[in-house]
Design a protein around this ligand. Structure first.
Ligand SMILES: [Zn+2]
Length: 175
């Protein structure tokens, strides 16, 4: 015959710590988890990524609705039609919306403040996200015309890192 459990005493409510009593945040720790991740771009996005390695922005058009994708998948997300052969865009574009990052956070690769924007490249109906630099954040606005700054030849690869950032087009008028 077992002994019935003894009722435990409920914990005494404690006073919540004041903000000054809080410990400093733990910013990182060694995790036992490891994830090997393989990204497969597929034939659609591979055209875009291989273009970046050659300093070219390659878009594709839907033959049904005429929508121009950059980056382009293989099929139109609206019509499901297979997109056209890749064709090159000049690369200049316009800021459609943006965010100024002012706060530091663990793992951050760029010292704040910095500015991230959605950029609609001329001739495309979609946007891509990138940094906008060589300009004070206060001077960036929706409609600002920008151009890509490509990385050095030896650093070009099949990623968005081939474009270091966008900057305002010198003497460019707003869209
Ligand atoms: Zn379409």
């Amino acid at each position: 015959m077992s002994t019935p459990p003894t009722p435990s005493t409920p914990p005494t409510p404690s006073t919540p710590p004041t903000p000054s009593a809080l410990p400093s945040p733990v910013e990182s720790f060694t995790s036992p988890h490891k994830v090997d991740y393989t990204f497969v771009a597929g034939t659609g996005r591979s055209a875009f990524l291989r273009g970046l390695q050659e300093r070219r922005l390659l878009a594709r058009r839907c033959p049904t609705c005429e929508r121009v994708y950059l980056p382009a998948p293989e099929f139109c997300s609206r019509c499901l039609a297979e997109l056209s052969e890749p064709f090159e865009l000049a690369g200049t574009g316009v800021v459609k919306t943006f965010c100024v990052v002012n706060f530091p956070f663990p793992g951050q690769m760029i010292d704040p403040p910095y500015l991230v924007a959605y950029i609609q490249v001329d001739g495309a109906d979609t946007t891509l996200m990138h940094l906008v630099r060589d300009v004070e954040p206060a001077d960036v606005h929706i409609g600002l015309r920008v151009e890509p700054v490509w990385c050095a030849e030896e650093d070009l690869d099949t990623s968005m890192n081939s474009i270091r950032y966008y900057r305002p087009v010198a003497g460019g008028s707003d869209a």
